[in-house]
Design a protein around this ligand. Structure first.
Ligand code: CIR
Length: 266
């Protein structure tokens, strides 16, 4: 099947999930203190409002105490205009989140399929560029899952490539984002990786690696609060920004992309 030339959709919809109080038990690489469910919910409300202001209809799923990391809805699914794919997150405490988001996917998509096989893919390891979908192998996304996912995307007419997430980086998209219009935002390590070919890269200034995870939503780029050098670099590259607080999400290694599934429906 011919590969599609352009993946730069304008989004119409998003799915999010309200953070649970159990987020205090969420997974993290380094303990900097527990997030507060209450403060996280306040930050989340601002996030949802920003998506709505960008023109999206947002489905906000109820908080789910059984799964502490369940507000990070990007990881158990991947959405394309043709349909949604229920993924299999690569850490035991999150594996059941796919089944929990299934009904929400089915309410928006006529076609919802499972990641084939038994491998694992976290949506945080999947970066959509203008003409290719990159799948990063990581501690969460294994070779079996990545290959199965790339195969499925190929059947749907998308070009997908599997690459290595740098050591010490949770998810591929922890260290890079698409700003849109063919431009990438990436940490220095990721920018030097060669994964992005000859695309223009805005390199995240030293000391601000967390800010590599931004989201382009229609006309704006949403940027985490507290990273002035990255904000200035994105604006200097010609993008309009919206700054959002992610202080509670950060305590459990979460960022802006993982808090929603964003997609375009006709
Ligand atoms: C986890 O370790 O799975 C969560 N505490 C954070 C998930 C962040 N997800 C993402 O960046 N896509």
């Amino acid at each position: 099947m011919a590969h599609r030339p352009d993946l730069s959709f304008r989004f119409t919809h998003a799915i999010t999930r309200t953070p649970a109080d159990s987020v205090a038990d969420g997974i993290r690489a380094v303990d900097t203190g527990n997030p507060s469910g209450e403060k996280f919910r306040a930050e989340h409300e601002r996030y949802v409002s920003a998506l709505q202001e960008a023109g999206l209809t947002v489905d906000v799923l109820p908080q789910l105490e059984t799964y502490p990391d369940s507000c990070f809805v990007e990881d158990p699914a991947f959405c394309l205009p043709e349909g949604a794919i229920q993924l299999r997150p690569g850490t035991a405490s999150r594996e059941g989140e796919g089944a929990e988001i299934r009904a929400a996917l089915e309410s928006r998509f006529g076609k919802v399929v499972d990641l084939p096989g038994n491998g694992h893919v976290d949506g945080g390891d999947v970066l959509m560029l203008d003409d290719v979908i990159l799948i990063g192998l990581s501690a969460r996304t294994d070779r079996e899952g990545a290959d199965a996912f790339a195969g499925l995307l190929g059947e749907w007419g998308y070009k997908a490539e599997v690459c290595e997430t740098p050591d010490g980086v949770l998810h591929f998209k922890t260290a890079c984002s698409t700003l849109g219009d063919g431009v990438i935002l990436a940490t220095k390590v990721m920018a030097d990786s060669g994964f992005f070919g000859d695309r223009e890269i805005v390199v995240v200034p030293e000391g601000e690696d967390y800010a590599a995870n931004v989201i382009r939503v229609n006309d704006v780029v949403m940027v985490p609060e507290g990273y002035p050098k990255t904000l200035a670099a994105i604006e200097a590259a010609g993008f309009t920004t919206v700054v959002l607080p992610t202080h509670e999400a950060r305590k459990v290694d979460g960022g802006l992309s993982c808090l929603s599934l964003r997609f375009a429906l006709n």
